[in-house]
Ligand binder design. Structure first.
Ligand code: AMP
Length: 474
């Protein structure tokens, strides 16, 4: 197991441990402690690799690690005192060992790594990757049409390695001969900017919330990301305002990706058809704001609640189901049985439209979609529109109970420092940009919107925080 941030030592584990025929579980130190404990229970670690600042968390989990034989601290210098068994420093562990290895032969279905979903609906669910799924996913994503990389590329995965193997970049980057740069635990705007600049990063990857902090830091300090050509953004919907800012303020092209831990994780990325790159900015941004087209090897379709296929012509939204060689066939412990459908289709839990040209437009997580008068309102579309309003730093939309309509949308915003945007300003701004009946019934300004363990907006927590909230009209 590892409990660690993105670093070159952590990268080595992704090769060294599966290369022995062992499996690496990248536990997520940002999960609530009871969830970390839950995820490590099953793995039964014998070795645990930690960073100095995750060592205390590992110590607190000691009662859940009965098989642990050795803890390895991934930092240079002396090992901090610890109650965990047989501690050793990473450099001491590998000192004097050969730098090359002949890969052993074993079944391609041997487990290579284990990741848990972030548990937005309950306990996290375990997804075990095999050598086969990992290699196929890496070969697919290193295809220049998916994540453009080659030996001249310098990649900064801000997305954590414990989040689906840094979206598979730990394998796809080295396959392309790219230089890899790792940020360690510091993910604030200033630290990321400094690293981008110092290492002349050309491609970065992460969830939208990380990029908001970076864009704001650059704007406040009048800095430009001079070396970056592209940034891969996914994990949640990318607001069009962010696509525009990256391009207009920094000349950086956003590659929008949709996927899931269960899919290793890539399912779609933005790919411009011939000629589309020459379209006017606004049209290009609109293409990027969709989640992209399916990557080769990943089949997708939408179905209704009874399981019938729906048309892929952009006319209707439905439940997105997927299948392919790097998509889970089952969770650890037999969890989530209902998501595994016949003929290997996997129910993603996302609701989307699939357009005629294959573009996927994600409407919502099925549990986040707002049902008003029997019709669906997309919280993602509303958030996207609100993020375009000057003075709004962050936006989240949830459905709240309404006696007549069942649910109505509530818009929650974090204002930019010193911005004086009011509820009326926001509703006026949205007028004409969204369907009339989608107009939020209320707007609440808050200090901060809670984020989950992978840096995405945590709607479950927002709903808990707003449990006592009542709409003014009710
Ligand atoms: P995770 O397994 O933590 O990566 O979460 C996967 C979920 O994140 C998906 O099922 C979606 O609900 C959401 N997600 C990922 N990428 C996107 C995207 N580009 N747009 C909207 N939602 C996304």
């Amino acid at each position: 197991g590892s409990l660690a941030w993105n670093s070159h030592r952590h990268l080595e584990l992704f090769y060294g441990l599966p290369g022995l025929g062992a499996a690496l579980h990248t536990a997520n130190p940002r999960l609530p402690p009871e969830h970390v404990a839950y995820t490590i229970d099953f793995a039964g670690y014998e070795w645990l690799f930690v960073d100095p600042d995750t060592l205390p968390l590992a110590e607190s989990l000691a009662p859940r690690l009965p098989k642990l034989r050795r803890v390895v601290v991934m930092a240079p210098g002396p090992v901090p005192a610890t109650s965990l068994p047989d501690p050793i420093g990473y450099e001491e562990l590998i000192a004097g060992k050969p730098g090359t290895l002949r890969w052993p032969d074993f079944d391609e279905k041997t487990a290579s790594s284990l990741c848990y979903t972030s548990g937005t609906t309950g306990n996290p669910k375990g997804v075990l990757y095999s050598h086969r799924s990992t290699v196929l996913h890496a070969m697919m994503s290193s295809n220049g049409a998916v994540i453009p990389m080659n030996p001249d590329t310098t990649v900064l995965p801000v997305v954590p390695m414990f989040h689906a193997n840094a979206w598979g970049l730990v394998y796809a980057g080295p396959i392309c001969g790219a230089k890899m740069v790792f940020p360690g635990p510091k993910l604030d705007g200033a630290s990321i900017y400094e690293l981008l600049d110092k290492e002349q990063v050309t491609l970065s990857a992460g969830v939208p919330t990380v990029w908001l902090a970076l864009l704001d830091y650059c704007a406040q300090n009048k800095l430009k990301m001079s070396s970056v050509k592209r940034t891969l953004i996914g994990g949640s919907a990318v607001p069009i305002s962010m696509i525009e800012r990256f391009w207009k303020e920094h000349g950086v092209e956003v590659v929008h990706a949709w996927g899931m831990t269960e899919m290793s994780p890539l399912g779609t990325t933005t790919r411009f058809n011939r000629g589309e790159r020459d379209l006017p900015d606004a049209e290009r941004f609109a293409i990027t704001a969709k989640a992209g087209r399916p990557v080769y090897g990943c089949e997708m379709k939408i179905i209704d609640d009874a399981g019938n296929d729906l048309p892929s012509d952009g006319s209707v939204s439905g439940n997105l189901v997927v299948r392919g060689p790097w998509i889970v066939k089952g969770y650890m412990k037999g969890d989530g049985q209902g998501q595994f459908l016949k003929d290997d289709w996997f129910m993603t839990g996302d609701v989307c439209k699939i357009e005629k040209d294959g573009s996927v437009v994600i409407t919502d997580r099925s549990k986040d979609v707002i049902k008003s008068g029997g019709e669906w309102i997309s919280s993602i579309d509303l958030e996207n529109a609100a993020m375009g309003c000057p003075g709004v730093a962050e936006a989240a939309v949830i459905g709240v109970a309404h006696p007549k309509w069942d649910e109505r949308p509530l818009l929650i915003v974090v204002k930019r420092p010193e911005a004086s945007v009011t509820k009326d300003d926001l509703l006026k701004f949205l007028n004409g940009k969204i369907a009339k009946w989608w107009m939020p019934d209320d707007v609440v300004a808050v200090e901060a919107i809670p984020l989950g363990a992978t840096g995405k907006i945590d709607k479950k927590l927002i709903r808990q925080q707003m449990a006592d909230y009542r709409l003014p009209s009710v």
